[in-house]
Design a protein around this ligand. Structure first.
Ligand code: HEC
Length: 293
């Protein structure tokens, strides 16, 4: 009993030790901690912050920023983390430590501040500006088959929206096939282009429907747009094969041997039944002869 208690206390002790070493204090000078975030919490900057986060930080910090990425790192959404000043967070992203890479030089200062804003928004959605309506327009290149999506404000001003993630799809019979990258961000002109893949089979004329979508983006409301182009290869249905008698054919196309076999079985069984009934009558008839004598 004493042994078990000892064992448990040793395990507990090592666990807490581990937990402690994970939150090794990361000192930030008062000057750095006091730096003011110059970037306003606005749609455009949040978009930049969000995109940098999904491109560069998700691998380690996880999609929810809870520190559960491929490399166990720090939660960026828990209370103790969020209590820090913007300046402290900026300093840590800028300089890095151990497995946390220094992003100084890799990202512009403004970009790091935008990421800080984005991290704040993750835990405080109320500070988020309301999602904007967008309109999508598609234009297509003909020489090189490409699709350009243009994301702009839904009003008549048609202001281009940069840093919006657009998803591209090809419509298939049973769903959508993704094309392009996982994320395709619009540039300063609100446009993003993807190349149409080779060897896509369309309908009988080779028509394919291409879709562009803004979706699952909390900064913008969903929007989508489709175009049809004759860019695919023609679908060839081998009609002669469908017209042959075969096992996989429809009822009037079933193979002759199968018809003979199935009908033969039915005729055989009925034949036996009638033979039995016939014999019963014969037995009855012969019986009558005996009774007369
Ligand atoms: C290669 C993995 C990796 C990548 C990529 C990465 N981080 Fe980290 N990050 C870590 C690790 C590990 C720690 C814990 C470091 C420590 O405490 O010594 C950390 C710590 C941090 C901290 C400090 C947490 C605290 O408790 O104060 C911040 C802020 C941070 N990361 C933000 C980011 C941002 C923003 C990005 C993307 C621009 C990013 N990280 C990319 C691994 C990573």
């Amino acid at each position: 009993m004493v042994k078990i208690t000892l064992l448990i206390s040793i395990i507990l002790l090592t666990c807490t030790q581990n937990a402690k070493s994970q939150v090794k204090p990361w000192p930030v000078s008062a000057e750095d901690a006091g730096k003011i975030n110059p970037i306003p919490v606005e749609l455009k900057n949040l978009g930049i912050g969000r995109n940098i986060f999904t491109r560069t930080c998700v691998a380690c910090h996880g999609a929810k920023a809870d520190g559960k990425g491929l490399i166990p790192s720090a939660s960026l959404i828990d209370e103790t983390f969020q209590k820090q000043s913007d300046g402290s967070i900026f300093f840590k992203i800028n300089t890095g430590r151990d497995k946390m890479p220094p992003f100084k030089g890799m990202l512009k200062e403004d970009e790091i501040w935008s990421v800080v804003n984005y991290l704040r928004i993750l835990v405080n959605r109320s500070a988020l500006p309301p999602a904007k309506d967008v309109n999508l327009e598609i234009s297509t290149g003909e020489e090189i088959k490409s699709i350009t999506a243009y994301v702009h404000s839904a009003d008549s001003a048609k202001l281009p929206f940069p840093e919006v993630d657009v998803h591209f799809y090809i419509k298939r019979d049973f769903g959508l096939m993704r094309i392009g990258e996982l994320s395709n961000y619009t540039g300063a002109d609100g446009k993003v282009k993807v190349v149409f893949p080779e060897k896509i089979i369309g309908d009988k004329e080779g028509n394919v429907t291409v879709l562009a979508k803004v979706e699952d983006n909390f900064l913008y409301n969903n929007s989508e747009m489709a175009v049809e182009r004759k860019w695919g290869e023609q679908m060839v249905t081998e009609d002669e094969k469908f017209n042959q008698r075969a096992l996989w054919g429809s009822r009037d196309k079933s193979p002759v041997w199968l018809l003979l076999l199935a009908n033969g079985i039915i005729v055989g069984i009925w034949g036996v039944i009638f033979y039995v009934i016939y014999n019963l009558f014969r037995i009855k008839k012969t019986g009558k002869i005996f009774i007369k004598e």
